[in-house]
Design a binder for this molecule. Structure first.
Ligand SMILES: Cc1cc2nc3c(=O)[nH]c(=O)nc-3n(C[C@H](O)[C@H](O)[C@H](O)COP(=O)(O)OP(=O)(O)OC[C@H]3O[C@@H](n4cnc5c(N)ncnc54)[C@H](O)[C@@H]3O)c2cc1C
Length: 423
């Protein structure tokens, strides 16, 4: 019997996998528990969808850690950033790259991207089933035999798991793929938040909520060592810190928190060494000696922060430049380079834009996305132990691995059908 290829999860990885497999003529069924496909794509990039990152394939790969890069290399070569953009262009979605390399739809939003992906699925003949939560996977002697959906058993010999991560569970990603993969014999690298906001203690003053620090450096220190650092904007929230710099350091912070305490610091002037900054501060104070240091610092940081900043160092905001001592000035310069925000109390997994950890990469063939453990099983997208930085890299990883998973599942399906005909 010709059982269909089953794809679980209609996110970036599952959609591209189902489309690619169906183009070969194989019957493909895409099962999604939500009432609509691509919920995460719809909320990506603040609803604008940062589809991918511009640049060469090597540049895209270099954004990932060494192990992830090695794993992704064959699939990103097979289906690159240029390929996904061409696919969308053929569906009428033109795109543009921002100066930071992030690629977005030129006119539309994430909805238009989803509409385009939906129409390629339809044209390829993918059988799309929404509100279809897969409950269980059936295997026999380390070979896939079927899935159970809404208590109905669907036989299949070729199953693509594209169920995403475990963060943002309201979008459907509740980590089902990890549990199945584990049951099937795969190792799961421990899950952690990545690209997540961080809570700090003691709690930041309420008055800071909504303040954005532009172009600063956020760095994290654990056991006396700087474990992560990122230059970009930081946003103060009611719980702690968010914004691109916070999201980027969160993965390393979450990992270190398991064994150490982690303290966060801001460097307001990452491009200046302490000595230069101190000289600049001195020159600035000397040029306006009658002004108070509180007023002077208004030009160097958001004014809502100035008083807090100076209280922490023990310098009165009312001190006039003319009487500011050398020691106080150096203390200010020092704090501008290394201002403690407190200890990290939590990096919530459910708030991460991606989940770090997942199905161990060594157990999946990077050229085919075939499981090295179970026959007829393919894994792609965020369910794998891959978590890239902000910038369109995570969707690209989902598209590329999805493409290869769909291609290999289809090749295996056709080979099986041919073998059956020969018998
Ligand atoms: C707020 C936010 C913004 C983001 N912005 C960007 C961005 O701009 N650019 C970027 O590159 N990345 C972004 N990301 C990350 C990116 O969206 C994900 O890494 C990517 O979508 C992962 O794709 P995926 O196909 O592996 O998984 P998902 O897109 O998460 O898809 C998995 C699907 O599987 C379904 N599913 C799960 N379990 C079952 C089950 N048992 N039965 C049936 N279906 C099931 C889920 O409902 C879901 O639809 C963002 C993430 C978030 C949360």
């Amino acid at each position: 019997m010709k059982t269909p290829i089953i794809v679980i999860g209609a996110g970036g990885a599952g959609i591209i996998a189902a489309w690619k497999a169906a183009l070969s003529g194989a019957p493909v069924r895409l099962l999604e528990k939500n009432t609509r496909p691509g919920v995460k794509i719809l909320i990506s990039g603040g609803g604008k969808c940062n589809i991918t990152h511009t640049g060469t394939i090597e540049e895209v790969l270099n954004a990932f850690s060494v192990g992830e890069r090695r794993f992704l290399k064959p699939s990103v070569h097979r289906f690159s950033n240029a390929d996904i953009l061409e696919l969308l262009r053929n569906e009428g979605i033109s795109t543009y790259a921002r100066p930071n390399g992030r690629v977005f739809p030129e006119h539309g939003t994430a909805r238009d991207v989803m509409r385009a992906l939906h129409s390629i699925l339809e044209r390829a003949g993918v059988e799309f089933r929404l509100q279809s939560r897969v409950e269980r996977i059936i295997q026999k002697d380390r070979s896939i035999r079927g899935v159970v959906v809404n208590s109905e058993e669907i036989p299949t010999n070729h199953l693509i798991i594209a169920t995403g991560g475990k963060s943002y569970p309201k979008t459907g990603t509740t980590g089902d793929g990890y549990a199945w993969a584990k049951e099937l014999g795969h190792s799961i690298v421990p899950l952690r938040a990545a690209l997540a906001p961080m809570a700090v203690m003691p709690a930041l003053p309420r008055e800071w909520q909504g303040i954005a620090l532009r172009g600063c450096r956020l760095f994290a220190v654990a056991a006396g060592r700087r474990i992560a650092s990122w230059d970009d904007d930081v946003l103060f929230t009611h719980e702690g810190v968010s914004g691109p710099a916070a999201l980027e350091v969160s993965r390393s912070v979450a990992a270190s928190l398991e064994s150490d305490e982690v303290e966060l610091f801001i460097d307001f002037f990452p491009d200046k060494e302490f000595a230069t900054l101190d000289d600049d501060l001195n020159a600035y104070v000397q040029s306006q000696r009658q002004k108070t240091i509180g007023t002077l610092l208004d030009a160097w940081m958001p004014n809502r922060l100035v008083e807090w900043f100076l209280v922490r160092i023990g310098v009165s905001a009312l001190t006039r430049g003319i009487v500011l001592s050398r020691d106080d000035r150096r203390a200010i310069a020092h704090a501008l380079k290394e201002w403690s925000l407190g200890m990290v109390s939590d990096v919530p997994l459910e708030r991460g834009e991606v989940t770090a950890g997942g199905v161990a990469l060594r157990e999946v063939d990077p050229r085919s996305m075939r499981s090295r453990i179970v026959r007829g099983l393919y894994l792609c997208g965020e369910v794998l132990d891959i978590a890239g930085p902000i910038g369109g890299y995570n969707l690209q990883a989902a598209f590329s691995t999805g493409f290869v998973a769909g291609e290999s599942a289809a090749a295996d399906w056709h080979a099986e059908v041919e073998a059956a005909q020969d018998d």
